[in-house]
Design a protein around this ligand. Structure first.
Ligand SMILES: [Zn+2]
Length: 434
């Protein structure tokens, strides 16, 4: 009798669902997606990076002592099945795009639930599920070639990483000047971004210097167009970090990305799924990739050198000698950033010891022993997330820049990327134009 009753209730529910207008059904699905994400977040403090949606979607019951893995996986499965059914009903393009985006996010939910439960997978399997892509593998010889180029650029004897440090030491911002220098850099990035985009009138940010974190900088988006930007001062802070933080964490990076999504999709279209930003999801590939690409968009060519020379270094009370060589070395080092993927891949796959991973970071990514140890902390906590910074940036650049496109075109395409539910797979060359 009880089973019959349950079956009858299910039938009524299903027939109600099938009678719902597509928009209503998608909105309900989106609410359930947010509920599920917030529920996962109750078991994984790093999972929910930002949430500014309704309180009514937050978990109603206290967290269970043990992760309800099967129930959470089942809920994610049901939502993906519902998406597949809805996609067969001939929806408008924007609705299809919305559903494909939620589905890709749910694939990440799946993987993260299993990870919280302690399941292991390979580095590539993990990044494919969490971030929607697999980063390319480069052989050691690739890094050796780049290192050779740097070798010629940096004078003196001794280890390359040490010579790079000697050059860098000239551009460490004195602690008492950090606030002034960072504020000036962020103000410039904001000005440059505003000359291309109309940002929400009440947008703002707060900046804090912190210690004891595995990352260098962080944007905590609070909703209502407000961010808290934290800068870690555990290690000496170099002059280029001011521009990086001003662009990557702020304008046109994370702060702008979050604001444009909130403004255009959450408030503009009422898409509640946007109010949740799950850190371990394809959204992070777009977030980190666009934030890193945004630095060169805001400061193309020699602009970083020029702005550092004319404004930031004088503000920091530092001499400008050698700044050109420093930025050239920084730019070459950026190409070596993929070496961190290899260190993370090796560590997580169990094919590299900690000592070997540190060797890769020092020899090929030019970390100091201190910053390499910090990077290992980051890898242990964020794992395959590291690919979002380099491969994510390359994918965004490839997506934004097309043959013959101008700087104005780049800002326009970049703005579209930051304002729409774009998936990682939309950035892949083979998928482009789908
Ligand atoms: Zn970031």
């Amino acid at each position: 009798m009880k089973q019959l009753l349950i079956a009858a209730v299910c039938l009524i529910w299903l027939s109600c669902q099938s009678r719902l207008k597509p928009d209503t059904a998608i909105n309900q699905l989106a609410e359930n997606y947010v509920r599920l994400g917030l529920q996962i977040g109750a078991y994984d403090p790093a999972f929910v990076d930002a949430y500014y949606g309704p309180d009514s979607l937050k978990p109603k019951y206290p967290t269970a002592a043990v992760l309800p893995k099967d129930s959470l996986l089942h809920a994610a499965n049901l939502q993906q099945q519902e998406i597949d059914s809805l996609l067969k009903t001939g929806l408008a393009d924007s609705s299809q795009q919305r559903l494909h985006w939620i589905s890709a996010q749910l694939t990440a939910f799946h993987r993260r639930i299993r990870m919280i439960a302690g399941e292991k997978s390979s580095f590539d399997e993990e990044s494919k599920d969490l971030f929607g892509v697999t980063a390319p593998v480069f052989p050691e010889s690739h890094y050796q070639t780049l290192v050779q180029q740097l070798n010629q650029l940096l004078p003196g004897k001794g280890l390359l990483s040490e010579r790079f440090q000697q050059l860098s030491n000239h551009f460490i911002i004195p602690k008492e000047k950090l606030d002034t220098v960072f504020k000036a850099a962020i103000a410039e990035c904001r000005k440059r971004t505003r000359s291309h985009y109309t940002l929400p009138g009440k947008e703002d940010f707060r900046m804090e210097f912190v210690t004891g974190k595995p990352w260098n900088g962080y944007n905590w988006y609070k909703g209502q167009y407000q961010s808290l930007i934290q800068i870690n001062t555990d290690l000496p802070v170099l002059i280029d970090r001011a521009i990086d933080v001003g662009s990557h964490e702020s304008y046109p990076g994370h702060h702008v990305y979050n604001m444009l999504l909130e403004q255009n999709l959450y408030r503009g279209k009422g898409w509640v799924e946007i109010s949740l930003y799950p850190l371990f999801s394809p959204q992070s590939l777009i977030a980190e990739g666009s934030a890193n690409y945004g630095i060169e968009l805001a400061f193309p060519g020699e602009e970083k050198v020029k702005f550092s020379k004319e404004v930031l270094l004088p503000l920091a009370g530092l001499d400008t000698t050698g700044i050109e060589a420093y930025y050239e070395a920084v730019s070459l080092r950026a190409q070596l950033n993929y070496a961190r993927n290899e260190a993370a891949r090796g560590l997580l796959n169990g094919t590299m010891s900690e000592t070997e991973a540190i060797r890769w970071l020092v020899d090929y990514a030019l970390f100091t022993p201190g910053s390499a140890a910090k990077s290992l902390d980051f890898i242990r906590q964020y794992r395959s997330y590291v690919i979002n910074y380099n491969f994510g940036m390359d994918l965004v650049r490839h997506y934004v820049e097309t043959p013959g496109s101008t700087q104005a075109d780049h800002w326009k395409k970049f703005g579209q990327l930051l304002s729409n539910p774009v998936r990682s797979s939309d950035l892949l060359p083979a998928e482009k134009g789908r």
